[in-house]
Design a protein around this ligand. Structure first.
Ligand SMILES: *Cc1c(COP(=O)(O)O)cnc(C)c1O
Length: 234
């Protein structure tokens, strides 16, 4: 008999297919309870290896998200080549000098948050002849350390995007960590409606059920699918 020397981090139960089915089941029931369509589930695979990702692909999952361009560029071209209908989402902060790489690799970007990035993305999209689906990230809790445009500057950023020829599909936000997320999700939904934006990227492992009930069209779920990340991933 072996003695346990340390408490393991709590991991979600079951195998990848079971965890995926459970997340999808909750998304279906909560979005129905809120009279919304079931959101797209984006499996956030940051820090996880292709060997961890493949079982989810085998179970039918097709939308995945990463928060670092370099890590995504190392992992995804091969996985995408093997399963061409995979959609790759960028959910992390983005430097303007990476815009061309990002437009080439990603199908959606959830972190558009400033005019200089809008300009860089517009140039990269016109050079590439393709535009990923774009979300403007909003600093919904007005937290100084967080990415996202201030609520007061959102109209200006949307106008700049429009002027640059970029189509913005929706808004994205990460509410403050230790608060009830519901009022922040509701506020993000209100801002999106005010600007006629159809998509809402909100909800993570701890609160995707609440987000689905409040009208999320895209939830970004990592640890509930893959387990607790052992590496600090920003
Ligand atoms: C890591 C990350 C997620 C997923 O977080 P979990 O709590 O593991 O579900 C979602 N959104 C963003 C922006 C992230 O960086």
């Amino acid at each position: 008999m072996k003695l346990a020397t340390a408490m393991p981090a709590p991991q979600p139960a079951g195998d990848a297919a079971q965890r995926l089915a459970e997340v999808n089941r909750l998304l279906a029931s909560e979005s129905a309870a809120g009279r919304h369509r079931q959101p797209r589930l984006i499996a956030i695979s940051k820090t996880f290896a292709p060997a961890d990702i493949r079982p989810l692909i085998a179970a039918g999952q097709r939308s995945f998200g990463e928060n670092r361009v370099q890590e995504a560029a190392a992992k995804w071209p091969e996985l995408k080549a093997q399963t061409p209908d995979i959609e790759l989402h960028l959910v992390g902060q983005l430097q303007s000098n990476k815009a061309a790489d990002v437009v080439a690799l990603f199908d959606a970007i959830h972190s558009v948050d400033r005019p200089s990035l809008v300009a860089a993305l517009a140039r990269a999209c016109s050079a590439a002849g393709r535009q990923p689906q774009l979300f403007v990230q909003v600093n919904i809790g007005d937290e100084p350390q967080k990415g996202g445009v201030a609520i007061g500057l959102l109209p200006e950023l949307l106008a700049a995007s429009h002027a640059a020829g970029l189509e913005i599909s929706g808004l994205m936000a990460v509410p403050p960590a230790d608060r009830d997320p519901a009022p922040y999700f509701a506020l993000l939904a209100k801002l999106a409606a005010r600007h006629d934006l159809p998509r809402l990227s909100m909800g993570m492992s701890s609160d995707y059920d609440i987000a689905a009930r409040l009208g999320a069209t895209d939830v970004r779920v990592g640890s509930a699918l893959f387990g607790i990340r052992s590496v600090n991933s920003g």
